[in-house]
Design a protein around this ligand. Structure first.
Ligand SMILES: C[S@@+](CC[C@H](N)C(=O)[O-])C[C@H]1O[C@@H](n2cnc3c(N)ncnc32)[C@H](O)[C@@H]1O
Length: 407
């Protein structure tokens, strides 16, 4: 009641959003309906006067002027909008008549058919306002509003913004997970659907990019394993330039942006350039590859800790800051990323440091993708088996007694 306009009795209603900030709005009535309407009116910045001989205590705490008395027609003077929310249709009719005589829009809460203005079922999601009218049926309008709202929130409806000249661009670093699109977060998916430009890596849910509208620019900056910092600077510059142009740039990265992904360098570069940047976490391959292979990284009675290590430089290399001897001396599960090329040297360093050559180990190649392979061997034989099976990146190497539990 009182809500919803649209098409009724064959006559078409004209939908419009109005600016109420600082404008006088009169609400007649002080019950539960008035309380609900006041929340929205105050959110819109309206200068609200409530006229009611008695009123809900919740109204006393609101930033409104309260006239504690019966309604008089002159109360609507100077208002741009009037809401008749009393439980008396006689009073509501008098309010509507007073507004009508002065050419002021009035919404009647008790009888939509006698209103000259209606409130749609509405919702606000980020910068999108939904307002639904359904031929005078407020329940149907609310149901439609809920359906649209939930589809916007869960990414089924994209809602890409239309670019305006004054829009300022920004960057969203999205952790894409290990590669299966189903393992991208909803927040990441929503960012992708809203993007003007997607700057993508080789890893992550690249299969999703084909589903983007053709006017979304997709730039593949997939680095070869061990890519150089010059490439990274060029990527930083690219996302800054595109955001500087006003674009919403999604920087889609594999796994989590802050796990061996140089995401923090990209954030720093944006901030230094004065570009707004947001980070959406992702499911790191360091954890998900093991789970997808059925290997628990910790297990009561086996080990209480796991360590994630980059194997992109071999043990003993000047560029390595990993203490392999220390890692060898614990019972922690070791999870190694970017370790395929240095597998033989890493296994040798771990055995030299005290890990048994018989320690179970696994390689999870292309975790989550249709071509996922899980190869198991002892630590002592791992490099030979990897060579024999022609293991290639991306792969996660797991060493520890927990590997046995996957059986
Ligand atoms: C530069 S690191 C990026 C890690 C990423 N930020 C993460 O959190 O997963 C690249 C390494 O991640 C691992 N990796 C990423 N995706 C993988 C996948 N689907 N299967 C196996 N390993 C993966 C591999 O070790 C690969 O060499």
């Amino acid at each position: 009641m009182g809500g919803d306009g649209g098409v009724e009795n064959g006559s078409v209603r004209y939908p419009v959003f109005v600016e109420l900030a600082g404008r006088r709005v009169v609400v007649v009535g002080g019950g539960a309906v008035a309380v609900r309407r006041l929340t929205d009116l105050l959110a819109a910045g309206a200068d609200v006067t409530v006229i009611a001989p008695s009123y809900d205590p919740a109204i006393a705490g609101l930033d409104v002027t309260i006239e504690h008395r019966e309604f008089a027609p002159a109360d609507v003077d100077g208002a741009v909008l009037v809401l008749a929310c009393t439980d008396s249709s006689r009073v509501n009719a008098a309010v509507a008549a007073a507004a009508e005589r002065r050419g002021i829009w009035c919404i009647r809460a008790d009888d939509a058919s006698r209103s000259r203005a209606w409130r749609p079922a509405s919702a606000q999601i980020d910068d999108v306002t939904i307002a639904v009218s359904a031929a005078g049926d407020p329940t149907r309008a609310a149901g439609l509003r809920d359906a649209i709202e939930s589809q916007l929130r869960n990414g089924q409806l994209g809602g890409r913004r239309v670019r305006r000249g004054e829009d300022s661009g920004r960057v969203v670093l999205v952790g894409g997970g290990p590669g299966d699109p189903d393992l991208l977060t909803l927040r990441g998916y929503r960012a992708l659907l809203a993007a003007d430009v997607v700057v993508t890596d080789r890893l992550g849910p690249t299969g999703l990019l084909e589903l983007l509208p053709p006017d979304v620019e997709v730039i593949d900056v997939g680095k070869t394993p061990g890519g150089h910092s010059a490439e990274q600077q060029a990527i930083n510059q690219l996302i800054i330039d595109r955001a500087g142009r006003g674009d919403l740039v999604v920087r889609l990265k594999g796994g989590d942006p802050f796990v061996l992904g140089r995401g923090s360098e990209e954030v720093d570069a944006c901030l230094e350039a004065g570009i707004a940047v947001e980070v959406v976490p992702g499911l790191t391959s360091a954890v998900s590859a093991a789970t997808l292979a059925g290997i628990p990284l910790t297990e009561r009675g086996t080990t209480q800790h796991f360590t994630v290590v980059s194997g992109h430089v071999p043990p003993g290399d000047d560029r390595s800051s990993v203490d392999w001897a220390l890692l060898a001396a614990t019972d922690a599960t070791l999870v190694m990323l970017m370790a395929v090329a240095n597998l033989r040297a890493i296994a040798a360093a771990l055995i030299a440091g005290g890990r048994e050559a018989s320690t179970p180990a696994a390689i999870v190649e292309n975790a989550s993708l249709p071509q996922q392979r899980v190869i198991t061997a002892t630590l002592g034989e791992l490099a030979d088996v990897a060579d024999a099976q022609a293991v290639v990146p991306p792969a996660v190497v797991i060493v520890g007694d927990v590997v046995r539990l996957s059986d």
